[in-house]
Design a protein around this ligand. Structure first.
Ligand code: FDM
Ligand code: MG
Length: 208
């Protein structure tokens, strides 16, 4: 008897404020894990390519406005719509890396000041629980000097401060906090060293 979970892939999540270096580090981890023979798939949330994602994209580009509740639920729906695929990959032994997940969902929405943490958490309850969460911590003042900052809806320093505070508030001891104010290669090495040691078997659901 060889349950599929025995050889399942691990789910790595990267979180942090805008321009903290998440996408770069997702790519770095992907290529270094591929370098040791793993099959790796990278997902970004929001996934702007789906029907739901195209509405989110318009909202972020300030082309449309939506109530805080409605956009929050769209971000959540955008995760739920890929859950089956992700589960299948993990059970097939594929390593999955995610650029943002439900924690961004909570922190950006709660930072608006109009929605409670409890309300924001509820719709993501039951999505696949990550095996490892990397929180790339960087001050918004440093992040805003990075290319392209300020184009999208949430890219405002005062708001990013609130988002960062929320991340620091909701993180628990299982999160791997990374000081993102360091050379890219040093960050990548720290992440890789941690990632290769993660090896969970049972697939769990978030917040259940
Ligand atoms: N964002 C992202 C949310 O507000 N909620 C979510 O659930 C997710 C996944 O969308 F400002 C915000 C975070 C960011 C914006 O994300 C677009 P990228 O990673 O910067 O494209
Ligand atoms: Mg962004």
């Amino acid at each position: 008897f060889d349950p599929p979970e025995l050889h399942r892939g691990q789910l790595f999540v990267f979180e942090g404020i805008d321009r903290c270096g998440k996408s770069t580090q997702c790519e770095n981890l992907k290529s270094s894990l591929e370098g040791v023979g793993r099959t790796v798939v990278l997902y970004s949330f929001p996934n702007r390519e789906t029907a739901i994602g195209s509405v989110i994209d318009k909202y972020l580009k300030k082309e449309i406005d939506l109530p805080d509740q409605a956009i929050h639920l769209l971000f959540t729906a955008n995760r739920w719509e890929t859950m089956k695929d992700i589960q299948k990959m993990l059970l097939n032994g594929v390593t999955v890396i995610m650029d943002r997940y439900a924690y961004s969902g909570i922190c950006y929405s709660v930072a608006k000041g109009t929605l409670s943490l409890l309300w924001c958490k509820a719709p993501d309850r039951g999505i696949i629980k990550p095996d490892c969460i990397f929180f790339l911590d960087l001050s918004p003042l440093k992040a805003n000097r990075r290319a392209g900052y300020g184009e999208e809806r949430y890219e405002v320093i005062e708001f990013q401060e609130k988002v960062r505070d929320q991340f620091l508030k909701i993180k628990d001891s299982s999160w791997k906090v990374i000081n993102a104010d360091k050379p890219t290669d040093d960050i990548a090495a720290e992440i890789y060293d941690h990632a290769v040691r993660v090896n969970n078997r049972k697939m769990k659901k978030l917040w259940i």
